[in-house]
Write a protein that binds this ligand. Structure first.
Ligand code: UTP
Length: 293
């Protein structure tokens, strides 16, 4: 059983400057909810309530978001705003959230290494704090199901267009079932010809505690950082790894284009915005084509 999750959220967010100069990208709102709240909700929906967030410089607002705000709550009670009051109470009590600071930004692998005492000898889930995956069955739950069947580290993968493989970590291996692959290759950002498939690592993992030993042996890699993918290469040789082809749609909020698309798609799914915002989009697109035509 997987009882713990780690959410790395200490990164600088340089791709989203200038807004990330003094604000964590994990707190960017998708309409009215910060990205990291969706990520925490995915843990909770997958049966995990013990969550360690890897925090860092300039990330205090993440802690404040999941903390109690007495003043705001009493103001909402005075105004008898039951809906908002209930929402706020939900955020502070949705999970048992711990924080640890990554003082130097030495990469995703190093961020996860900070979880070694918290996770101890148990397998645990990892969810990137800047990535939302919209799905019917939470993706972390999909990975837990695969872990329970195969008792091995599980990496979430998604198919990407073959011309884009050089942007991702790409996996190769043998099919065990429709959606599960036993890995024999893991290549970070391969050229189109070197890529063993078009299945890309998708920001969710279930890792065995052996990852911590692997991270200790991992030298600094790309960007002079400790890369999680390099540690996974070691784990692949020592223990084996499987990949689970996820059912869901991934949004990398760390890049501006994905952020825009997420906002539009999520707004169209919300009852109170679907009609009015849909109408606005239609008019905007019509005007665009009229101008062009
Ligand atoms: P990214 O590589 O997307 O984050 O890491 P980044 O470094 O902030 O991004 P850019 O390239 O500068 O825009 C994925 C997740 O891992 C965390 C990030 O906060 C993000 O949620 N991370 C990354 C850490 O916690 N520590 C690190 O040293 C690096």
């Amino acid at each position: 059983m997987i009882k713990k999750a780690v959410i790395p959220a200490a990164g600088l967010g340089t791709r989203f400057l200038p807004v990330t100069k003094a604000q964590p990208k994990e707190m960017l709102p998708i309409i009215d909810t910060p990205v990291i709240q969706y990520v925490v909700q995915e843990c909770v929906d997958s049966g995990i309530e013990d969550i360690l967030i890897i925090s860092g410089k300039g990330k205090r607002s993440i802690e404040d978001h999941f903390d109690k705000n007495f003043e705001l709550e009493s103001r909402l009670q005075e105004k008898e705003d039951e809906v908002l009051y209930t929402q706020l109470r939900h955020i502070e009590s949705m999970a048992n959230i711990h924080f640890i600071r990554q003082k130097e930004l030495n990469g995703l692998g190093d961020a996860i290494y900070h979880a070694r005492f918290h996770c101890g000898h148990e397998p645990f889930a990892v969810l990137l704090g800047d990535t939302i995956i919209d799905s019917v069955i939470p993706v972390t739950q999909q990975l837990i199901d695969a872990y329970e069947q195969y008792s091995q580290t599980v990496i979430a993968v998604e198919t990407v267009p073959p011309e884009n493989v050089s942007r991702y970590g790409i996996v190769g291996g043998d099919k065990l079932s429709d959606r599960v692959i036993r890995l024999n290759q893991l290549i970070e950002k391969p050229g189109r010809k070197q890529a063993p498939s078009n299945m890309a690592i998708a920001g969710r993992y279930v890792l065995t505690p052996a990852i911590f030993r692997a991270l200790e042996k991992t030298p600094r890699g790309k960007g002079n950082e400790i890369q999680l993918t390099d540690a996974l290469q070691i784990l692949l040789k020592e223990e084996g790894i499987i990949a689970s082809l996820i059912e869901g749609k991934r949004y990398d909020i760390g890049n501006k284009m994905d952020f825009l698309k997420t906002t539009v798609e999520f707004a169209l799914k919300r009852k109170e915005f679907a009609e009015g915002f849909g109408e606005f989009l239609r008019e905007t697109v019509d005007n665009l084509y009229n101008q062009k035509g």
